[in-house]
Design a protein around this ligand. Structure first.
Ligand code: AMP
Length: 214
């Protein structure tokens, strides 16, 4: 199964992608997570990416194409993958298409997760994440049992630096301007399936499963 998950920041792409990874046994590839690890490790990729991420802008396409090429080359992608956060521009989508063609592969589907903007902003402001293991939390819908402490590893649960009000608004604008046009790109290829992402995690996952044919 080779899938792309599209959707605005806060729509729950990461949560659904992790759930799908368990169900379909193919890796979830989050370019945002890869970039955050690079920032934390202080690599040259991290140094390049950090100023874009802090402003809620996109990291340049050339850099992202190189990143996705080396990730898809790894053996765990042989039987499929779920792309979470890539592509984010039409150029990235065209690059992915060319890369897959080189590998003699094609996407099976592109799921577009949809939710109202007010819900996206509320979810992003309440979002928390474990600094150590990356587990996702939400102050409203899924708080950690002990405030600020990860249920899974005991690590510190914090807010992402780009989940502040100003950056959130910029990221949503960037999504509308640069990423939403991908819906037409993939609809034109007969791959797009829209999924209502409003509701609880399992409720949305049921819709995801239906969109993928049960
Ligand atoms: P995310 O965790 O998917 O919300 O991504 C966090 C940030 O990483 C974004 O706001 C961008 O700055 C950067 N980023 C992640 N994926 C991409 C991509 N495919 N293209 C450009 N920038 C990206």
């Amino acid at each position: 199964m080779r899938l792309v998950l599209l959707g605005a920041p806060g729509v729950g792409k990461g949560t659904q992608a992790k759930r799908m990874e368990q169900e379909y046994r193919v890796p979830q590839i989050s370019t945002g997570d890869i970039l955050r690890s690079a920032v934390k490790a202080g690599t040259s990729l991290g140094k390049e990416a950090t100023s874009y991420m802090d402003r809620g802008e996109l990291v340049p396409d050339e850099t992202m194409l190189g990143l996705i090429r080396s990730r898809l080359d790894r053996p765990d992608c042989r039987d499929g993958f779920i792309l979470d956060g890539y592509p984010r521009t039409v150029r990235q989508a065209a690059g992915l298409e060319a890369l897959l063609a080189e590998m003699d592969l094609r996407l099976d589907a592109v799921l577009s997760l949809e939710a109202d903007k007010a819900l996206l902003v509320a979810r992003l402001l309440a979002r928390r994440v474990c600094r150590t293991c990356g587990a996702d939390y939400n102050l409203i819908s899924h708080p950690s049992e002990l405030q600020g402490v990860c249920d899974l590893c005991g690590g510190e649960v914090v807010q992402r630096t780009d989940d502040n009000e100003e950056t959130i608004h910029n990221r949503l604008e960037v999504y509308e301007r640069q990423t939403a046009p991908l819906k037409d790109f993939y609809a034109g290829r007969g791959l797009l399936r829209a999924v209502d992402a409003q509701g609880g995690m399992e409720e949305v996952f049921t819709r995801v499963r239906l969109a993928l044919g049960g």
